[in-house]
Design a protein around this ligand. Structure first.
Ligand SMILES: Nc1ncnc2c1ncn2[C@@H]1O[C@H](COP(=O)(O)OP(=O)(O)OP(=O)(O)O)[C@@H](O)[C@H]1O
Length: 345
């Protein structure tokens, strides 16, 4: 029976992220990780998808008039329903053809702050993409499971998941959310802050891809001790004369550019601590706070948060995969976590 179950089950967990989509297949782990980007052509008012994921991301900001490369997810939820459904279908097909023929059961994580309408849109997209059953799980629960936190214990744990579109701060106990808050600040806002800093201070216009490269290469949440830090060469367009220009940006400048989004993340954590019942707050003082999501990789963000909160801050192993792994574990241990998975709303 178990053998048949494994052969014919390709049940999946999907982390449908603003920046990246990850697919976990039951019994096999994460087997797809691609940017949440679709490139399509519009001809006579009809959209035709040309590329998905990695191939489409290469086209972002570089397409001719007839082709558009877009990110169907914004702020953690579906912004373009048709394109998102097409993208989910493509990724499911890519994974499914390597596994089995039956229609899969799929669990998808959703931001804690998602509205009923947004949740329905995600569920409909997954069913439209060929799932036989679609379940939803709150992103903070998935992140905490993926980070290996003991969320079923009767003690408080705090997880801060910093994604592309949102930062979700949650206090969990007995496998459920005691308090959670989702703020629309994440990696995208950091990229925008770098773009606007360079426009204001150096009259230089750069694209999103360059801003992300600056952030992931030398991005930092704290002013470097020497007041300058490392630097990198960047290229963009000079806004004064319109020609391409190459210049240098230092870590100190990036820290200045990122001060606002970093502060917003710190405030979300402080707000959650203030709203946490005292006994659970005491547990968090003992255990510290776990950071997950790609934004947790920002240089010295853990130190900046430690300075502001006075708490021990850890960055999860595999923080970019935590939510997908956690959603996958919820699928594997569905009986244990049944109440955390929503098949109906
Ligand atoms: N080394 C790094 N430093 C800073 N940011 C990083 C680093 N590596 C990745 N990121 C950022 O992490 C973000 C993606 O993280 P993640 O994949 O967890 O988000 P997501 O799940 O797609 O988004 P969301 O949870 O908002 O839907 C991107 O904005 C990316 O630029």
């Amino acid at each position: 029976m178990a053998l048949w179950g494994n052969l014919f089950s390709s049940d999946m967990a999907i982390d449908l992220g603003t920046a990246n989509t990850l697919v976990y297949v039951k019994g096999r782990g994460v087997i797809l990780n691609e940017p949440s980007v679709v490139a399509y052509q519009v001809k006579d008012g009809v959209k035709k998808a040309l590329a998905f994921g990695e191939d489409a991301k290469l086209m972002l900001g570089r397409t001719p008039g007839s082709i558009q490369a877009i990110r169907p997810m914004r702020d953690g939820v579906i912004a373009d329903f048709d394109v998102a459904e097409e993208m989910i279908k493509h990724f499911i097909r890519k994974v499914h053809k390597r596994t089995t023929f039956t229609k899969p059961k799929i669990i998808v994580c959703v931001p804690y702050g998602a509205t009923p309408v947004e949740k329905r849109a995600i569920r409909q997209s997954v069913l439209g993409a060929g799932a036989r059953k679609a379940g939803l799980i709150a992103e903070p629960i998935a992140a905490a499971i993926g980070a290996g936190m003991p969320i079923t214990d009767p003690t408080g744990s705090m997880v801060v998941d910093i994604g592309g579109g949102t930062t979700e701060v949650a206090v969990l106990s007995l496998a459920d959310i005691v308090y959670a808050r989702s703020v629309r600040v994440g990696g995208d806002r950091m990229d925008e802050a770098i773009i606007s800093y360079l426009r204001r201070h150096q009259n230089l216009l750069i694209g999103e891809a360059t801003a992300e490269r600056i952030k992931t290469s030398i991005g930092t949440a704290r002013m470097p001790d020497d007041g300058r830090g490392a630097s990198m060469r960047i290229r963009g367009r000079d806004l004064l004369n319109g020609v391409p220009k190459e210049t240098e940006i230092t870590q100190a400048q990036v820290a200045e550019a990122l001060a606002e989004p970093v502060q917003a993340i710190c405030e979300a954590v402080m707000g959650a601590l203030e709203a946490t019942p005292p006994d659970l707050a005491a547990d968090i003082v003992d255990r510290g706070v776990m950071l997950t999501g790609g934004g947790a990789l920002l240089g010295d963000l853990d130190l900046a948060l430690r300075e502001q909160t006075g708490l021990a801050i850890s960055v999860a192993d595999e923080c970019l995969n935590c939510v997908a792994i956690g959603t996958g574990k919820a699928l594997e241990y569905e009986k244990l976590l049944r109440h955390a998975i929503d098949y109906d709303s």
